[in-house]
Each structure stands twice: as C-alpha cells, then as structure tokens.
Design a protein around this ligand. Sequence first.
Ligand SMILES: Cc1ncc(COP(=O)(O)O)c(C=O)c1O
Length: 458
Amino acid sequence: MSSKYSRIMADMKRRLEEGLLTAGSKLPSVRQVSEDYGCSKNTVMKAYDELEKEHVIYSVPKSGYYVVNEFQKAREELEVIDFLSAGPDKNIMPYVEFQHCLNQAIDQYKEELFTYSDQQGLYSLRVELVKYLQNLQVFTEPERLVVVSGSQQALHLLVSLAFPNGKNNILIEQPTYFGFIESLNLQQANVLGIELTMEGIELERLEYMFRNNDIKFFYIIPRFHNPLGHCYTNREKKKIVELAEKYDVYIVEDDILGDLDPDAKADPLFSYDPSGRVIYIKSLSKVFLPGLRIGTVVLPALMMNDFLRAKFCSDFNSSALSQGALETYLKSGMFNSHLKKVKEVYRTKMHLVQEACEALLPANTQFSRPASGFYLSISLPEHVKAKQVVQMLHEQHIYVDDASRMFLPQYKKENLIRLSISQVNESQIKLGIKMLADCIAVLDSRKNHRKPPTFLPI
Ligand SMILES: Cc1ncc(COP(=O)(O)O)c(C=O)c1O
C-alpha cells in the first residue's frame, strides 16, 4: 500500500496535469491537507518537500507553497510531437542520482574541483573512462585519452590541427552531422565529400579519394549515423582502416551512439587499427547528460602535444566539477545500469517509429531502418521538398528536421527529412507518423495536380 505522503504527492501532480492547479497558484495549506488526508502535518510537509526537490513547487517563507511555472510549460509541451530534438529522453536523465555524485565528488576533491585542473582531464576519471571504453571494444590507456568539453570540442580542435601526414583536405560523408559542417565552414577548412546512402559508401570511390585527394582525415560516424541511421558492417570498417593505412590517411571516428548497439559483435574502426591512425571520439551526451559537456578522445601519441595545446587555448580544461562527479558515477556502477535502461528505451521507440512508417507512409517514400540509435531518415518523393513538409507539420505542432543543411552545397538533397526518436513520447509516435504521411500525400498530390487523398483516421 502506498504511503500517505506519496499519495499526496501523486494527487498534487495529477491536479497539476489536469490544470486544476496552475503556474504560480498557491497549493492548499499544510493544515488543510493534513485534515483532508487524516494525517499529520509532518507527512504533508514531507510530500511538499519532495515536490520541491523535484522542482514542481517552491516555498515562500511565512506564505506557503506555489506551483513552478516550468510545470505549466511542460504541460503545454505535451501537445507537441517532437521528432526534432536530439538530446536524450528527458524522462530518463538520471540527474537526481547524479546530484549525489556531485556532492560526493565535492566531499572527496574539495576545492580541487573549483580551480584550474589538468588540461588532459582528471587522471582518475581517465582511468574510469578506459574501463568504460573497453565495453565498446576500445582498448587503450589513460595517457592516450583527453577529456573534452563534448565531442563537438574534439571535432572543432581536430579541424584546426596540422596532422602528422602533412595533408590538407578533410573528407566527410554526405550527408553528415551538421555541427561538424559548421565547424569546417567557420574555420574555412578544405572539404571534400563522399556520398553515403543506406547501402553505405562506394569503397572504390573512397580508395580513389584517399589516393588522389591529399586527405588529412576522413570523418566518419560508423554507427547509427546522423542523420541517416546507417551502420557500417565490420567488413567495411576493416576495409576502410586498411585503406587509411595504405594511403596514410587518418580516420576520425565519431562513435556517439555506439553504446546503443544491440549487436555485441559490432566493432569500432579503432579496434582494427594497428598503426594508430584512428582517432576515436566518444561523447556521453546522448546516453547520459549533455549539459555536463564531457566527452573523450583517444589520440595517437604523436598528436597528443598539439591537441593539448589547442585544448588549452580553447578552454584550459573541461569542467572539473563535471569530471569529478562523472568519475564517481562511473565507479559506482550506476552508469552501467543506466545504460541498460536507455538501450531498451531507444530500441523500443525506434521499433515503434519504423512500425508506424511501414504501415502509414506512402509507397513512394523510403525510410531507413536502423536497429537502434536516435535517427532515421525519410526520402520524400522527388518533387516534395523537405522544407515544405517541415513547415506544414510545424503548423500542427509536429516537429521534424529538414536534412538539407547536413549536406555540402554540391551534394545537397532537398527531399530528405530526419526524425529523431529520442524525445518523442511513445504514445504519440503513431499519430505523428500518420500526420507526416498525410502531409506528404497532400504535397505530392498538389504537385501532380491530383485530387488530395481522403484520410482514414488511425
Ligand atoms: C554525430 C554527432 N557528433 C557530435 C555531436 C556533439 O555532441 P557533444 O558535443 O554534446 O558530445 C553530436 C550532437 O548532436 C552528434 O550528433
């Protein structure tokens, strides 16, 4: 049987959800609630304290308890179907558990967490990260790791560095992660592209480019690609590493969603690399807490000094507070059990989205079918523009992403949309895909001067 205090909490939350208590309004007094529930004032205070800890309400001394505005906002957000946001699912962000780790880390490290610290990252955190990376088949040592302020920082700094091969051009998959394209543009780097589809890349073309195009490094997102959702096979990864070695090209492997891979036999490119040409970047942003701004990069010994100089110029060191608390979180085993949970959540959502796409999307659209991850992409009929779909759906509070900004100008496709499954509510998936399907059908019929289709409710 649930305790009185948890009943009070649940009832108050229900009233908030139903709009019976609105932002800024005052909660019933402690005395009133204790009479209504036939319990002591202490029990009510305990329930209100818990709600305050969850930031649902706040207290004003000598006045009472009030509803936090944010709660109201969350209620309004529920109306939205969000296939756009690419942060982790807010319902499984373990920030409350992490709060304990923050406190423990402060107790342990004291003022050390609040002053400048090692630009390579806390050594004891790097030791924990080495153990974590082993689960991803990345075997290395703390001396080769740098803790970075998110993988975006590692990418940005690598663009700026001269590489030991003395080459000049950066090769990227087309399409690719928009943040990397932004970094290349900002730094006016020399960039070349190679087309990536759900069938992969043409390895002969890659070899041709490695041989002839003065490639400094090839940036690759080998698992659950952003935006396509594509994964390379082990055979392809091995071959790419072999080519890199043959033509003295570096590989920058961005394995941001690698933790979500249900295939225990899938290896990172790093594991096929005997010569130290693969730079492995692992962000924790998608499976943990992006706000910590912590990721790590495994570097060849030859590049460590230059990278650390660039890191020093960028921000001295990544937040020591985040690092200390993450170390505690990893050590405690909480991270591994959290990972089990997130793997399941995203795999289920990805499955539901694909099931809905299969059942509802018009026959002249194609969608990718990754086994997990955050992203899948939908190729619209040739003359239906992603921009129009995004706009039309936006008016109905359904958010999807136009992938055209994820291409270099010469590769641009305007009929690709990206869905991110991480923040969409499971219960809204079918409706969201149905609305998307209807929208595509309407735009398609307009272009073909056909009568718009009649829609059946789902
Ligand atoms: C493929 C990829 N790499 C890197 C990043 C940057 O992530 P962070 O800097 O939070 O580690 C993102 C963010 O969405 C991404 O999708």
